[in-house]
Each structure stands twice: as structure tokens, then as C-alpha cells.
Design a protein around this ligand. Structure first.
Ligand SMILES: *[C@@H]1O[C@H](CO)[C@@H](O)[C@H](O)[C@H]1NC(C)=O
Ligand SMILES: *[C@@H]1O[C@H](CO)[C@@H](O)[C@H](O)[C@H]1NC(C)=O
Ligand SMILES: *[C@@H]1O[C@H](CO)[C@@H](O)[C@H](O)[C@H]1NC(C)=O
Ligand SMILES: *[C@@H]1O[C@H](CO)[C@@H](O)[C@H](O)[C@H]1NC(C)=O
Ligand SMILES: *[C@@H]1O[C@H](CO)[C@@H](O)[C@H](O)[C@H]1NC(C)=O
Length: 227
């Protein structure tokens, strides 16, 4: 099994230090076992195929010493089973199951201001800052909140490509370090929470900021439509 991140390159290794003169190397892909690369060392033939659906176009290279297959700028279309056959005096074969994972975005932490404005000024929830960590267009991932190294909460999504968000309540005076982590089986992205920056008390300043941002975006919108 081989796991790769989208956009990266991967080398499927034959584990042969040098292909012998009389040996032929053949690489096949998928259930249909379509030929994608071939090497006949004796005749000096090294070819990669632009297979019928073109998904491997300009993405394949062969190592002329070892016969290893190099796939560049891999995408999810290139996930699947690859089969290697080396024929000559002996016949040997090997299969590779390649999984391709999306490149993860850095999660975004924002304050849930709707929650903030709904709380009454004297209640105990006024001591808390309501936050949300979110990501868009992800699949096969887990989004989690950590306090230091301990997991507080998490949410997972399987195949679908969707948006995820996970809430967190912290006290304004909290001095712990919090982070929001997005991960898939092979990589992760972390966003650290800056309480002093995101957590303002639910007072006039928050309302004023909102108004300012609103009027700014209206100006931009107006400007855009004039152009
Ligand atoms: C990688 O592949 C994607 C999708 O086919 C393409 O949009 C992108 O331009 C390629 N990048 C490079 C560096 O070739
Ligand atoms: C390849 O690996 C994936 C993920 O580990 C697995 O779901 C799939 O069944 C494997 N396919 C084969 C043909 O082994
Ligand atoms: C924001 O807070 C409100 C009230 O608690 C809640 O209903 C809503 O789901 C929160 N939003 C997010 C994105 O978590
Ligand atoms: C404030 O946050 C703390 C810690 O996250 C939580 O235990 C408590 O229930 C929250 N209080 C309110 C009123 O939401
Ligand atoms: C994130 O990935 C790094 C290595 O890339 C690893 O050391 C770390 O434990 C991972 N963190 C989480 C929370 O999965």
C-alpha cells in the first residue's frame, strides 16, 4: 500500500537494482489492467502510454536503471491498483495499491458572534467566549479541538466533500493553549487559538466592529458593480 497527497510525486519501486539486458518491464493500471508503461532494455525501448482516457498524460516516467515507475502531480484519478510484471528468464510480478488524499487546508477559527449577541449581559455565559473552527470542501477527514495535548472534541466525515464546523466555549481569562486540528490518515493542519484576538466581550465594541465591517463590504460591493 502506498499513500500520497494530491499534487505530490510518487515512485513505485521495482526493488531491482538494475534491470537485466534480456528483461522486459511492464506496468499496468486498474481493473482493466491497461498498459501504462513498458521497458525493453535490450531494444532500448522505454515508453509510457497516453492511455485511452488520457489520465496519465505527461505524468509518467520510467527509471531506466531500475524500471521503477514515477507518477508526478498525482490526483485522485490515479488512485488504484498498479501491477508490475518483469519477464525474462523468470517472471516476477508485484502489485501496489495507491491511495491519494487531498491536500488539507488550514482550519479557520472564528468567533460565533451570533451566540455572543444573544446572551444577556449579566448571565454567567458572559464569562465565556463562543468559538467555531471550520473547514470547507473536505472529505475523509477529522476536525478536532485540543487543549494542550488532550483531545476535547472531534467530528469526522467520510467520503463526501462537505463543510465542517466544530464549536468551542472558552473563558475569556483562560490561559491554556487551544488548537484546532484537521487531519486525514497521512497528514494534518493546525490552527492555534489566539483568545485575546478573537474573544472580545459581548459589548458595544463588538457591535461597532460589525457595523464597520458591514459598511466596508457594501462599499466594495458597490465599487465592484460600477466596474
Ligand atoms: C497538476 O494537475 C492539476 C490537475 O490536473 C493541474 O491543474 C495542475 O496544473 C498540475 N500541476 C502541475 C505543476 O503540473
Ligand atoms: C486499496 O486500499 C484501500 C485503502 O486502504 C482499500 O480500501 C482497498 O480495498 C484496497 N484495494 C485493494 C484492491 O486491495
Ligand atoms: C453559534 O451559536 C449558536 C447558539 O449557541 C448555535 O446555534 C450555532 O450552531 C453556533 N454556530 C456554529 C457555526 O457553531
Ligand atoms: C463556560 O466554559 C466552560 C469551559 O469551557 C464550561 O465548562 C461552562 O459550562 C461554560 N459556561 C457556560 C455558561 O456556557
Ligand atoms: C500532525 O502530523 C505530525 C507529523 O507530520 C505529527 O507529528 C503530529 O502528531 C500530528 N498531529 C496530530 C494531532 O495528528
Amino acid at each position: 500500500s502506498v499513500s500520497v497527497t494530491e499534487g505530490d510525486s510518487v515512485t513505485l519501486k521495482t526493488n531491482v537494482t538494475e534491470i537485466r539486458e534480456g528483461d522486459d518491464v511492464l506496468w499496468k493500471f486498474g481493473a482493466g489492467k491497461s498498459q501504462i508503461a513498458k521497458m525493453k532494455k535490450k531494444k532500448q525501448i522505454f515508453s509510457t502510454y497516453n492511455d485511452t482516457d488520457g489520465r496519465f498524460r505527461d505524468r509518467l516516467r520510467l527509471d531506466d536503471q531500475t524500471g521503477s515507475l514515477i507518477i508526478t502531480n498525482i490526483t485522485t484519478q490515479h488512485a488504484g491498483v498498479y501491477q508490475l510484471e518483469i519477464s525474462g528468464e523468470k517472471l516476477s510480478s508485484k502489485t501496489f495499491n495507491v491511495s491519494v488524499y487531498a491536500r488539507l487546508p488550514v482550519p479557520v477559527i472564528s468567533s460565533n458572534s451570533s451566540h455572543c449577541s444573544s446572551s444577556s449581559s449579566s448571565s454567567s455565559s458572559q464569562q465565556n467566549c463562543s468559538l467555531v473552527c471550520s473547514v470547507v470542501n473536505v472529505g475523509h477527514v477529522t476536525l478536532s479541538w485540543y487543549k494542550g495535548n488532550s483531545l476535547l472534541s472531534s467530528i469526522s466525515v467520510s467520503d463526501l466533500s462537505i463543510s465542517l464546523s466544530l464549536p468551542l466555549e472558552v473563558e475569556y481569562q483562560d490561559k491554556n493553549s487551544y488548537s484546532c486540528v484537521l487531519n486525514n490518515p497521512i497528514s494534518n493542519q493546525t490552527q492555534h487559538l489566539d483568545i485575546s484576538k478573537l474573544c472580545h466581550t459581548c459589548s458595544g465594541t463588538a457591535a461597532l466592529r460589525l457595523t464597520l465591517i458591514r459598511s466596508l463590504s457594501y462599499t466594495v460591493l458597490l465599487f465592484d458593480s460600477v466596474c
